[in-house]
Write a protein that binds this ligand. Structure first.
Ligand SMILES: C[S@@+](CC[C@H](N)C(=O)[O-])C[C@H]1O[C@@H](n2cnc3c(N)ncnc32)[C@H](O)[C@@H]1O
Length: 234
């Protein structure tokens, strides 16, 4: 297997980068995994729910609206913006007892670990037998229209849509995989392209320069996967 790179954790060092990511998605993207995950968790009657690496709490907000108790655990300071209860904690050592959650979510976060297996084991530890896990990951070939300006485009990530089902399957029983490959983002002009590239990890000036090399408007194809798994009762 080649080198599989983890995505750097820059949330406290460069909060503007994550803010650009959230703003670009809110302005220009259609389709979001959070309502899909929330709807299934609510339908399954899973409770309480842990959102590990839950960020500023988009999933927890939807669950709160549905009256489902949820806890957000995230290593970055922005977890203070999440709905309560929320705790600043490392997903590699979750501050919870064994088998206390009916479901655990880990959305867009496992690619931050060079080895996601210990984190998945930790998620499994806090799940009750029969409990559900939902994790999502982008494809290594996400945003193909921007491939020329995205460093390392196409290189495997430590956890990506291509590897996610097999990696999760090492720790829990995978019960469903939903993949997408659709133009879900429309960047109307170069400012929008620059904002999006900034959110994708480029520095401010690099994002502006790179945007000059992209023909706008541009429709961008989002590729990724959502994996559902269960902790079997045994
Ligand atoms: C791309 S954001 C996704 C946030 C949220 N899950 C969502 O879907 O909006 C990745 C999150 O993983 C968190 N994270 C990274 N390393 C972590 C760790 N070791 N323990 C807990 N959270 C971590 C980051 O702080 C960040 O909030």
């Amino acid at each position: 297997m080649g080198v599989r790179k983890a995505v750097p954790v820059d949330y406290d060092d460069d909060p503007e980068r994550f803010a650009a990511n959230l703003t670009a998605k809110a302005r220009y993207a259609s389709g979001d995994v959070h309502p899909i995950v929330a709807a299934r968790l609510v339908a399954e009657g899973a409770s309480p729910i842990l959102d590990a690496g839950g960020g500023t709490g988009p999933l927890a907000r939807l669950l709160a609206d549905a009256g489902v108790p949820a806890v957000v655990a995230d290593i970055a300071e922005h977890v203070r913006q999440a709905p309560r209860p929320a705790v600043q904690a490392d997903a590699r050592a979750l501050p919870f007892a064994d088998a206390v959650f009916g479901a655990v979510a880990g959305l867009w976060m496992l690619y931050h670990f060079a080895d996601p297996i210990p984190v998945l084991r930790e998620m499994r530890r806090v799940l009750r037998p029969g409990g559900l896990l939902a994790v999502s990951a982008p494809s290594r070939r996400n945003d193909p229209e921007l491939a020329a300006v995205l460093p390392d485009w196409g290189a495997p990530l430590s956890f990506d849509a291509e590897s996610a089902p097999a990696v999760v399957g090492e720790v829990l029983d995978v019960v469903a995989v939903t993949s997408w490959d659709e133009p879900m983002l429309r960047l109307p002009d170069r400012r929008a392209v620059a904002l999006y590239l900034r959110g994708r990890g480029l520095a401010e000036a690099a994002a502006r320069d790179a945007a000059l090399r992209v023909e706008a408007p541009v429709r961008v194809t989002k590729r990724g996967a959502l994996v559902w798994a269960v902790r079997r009762c045994r």
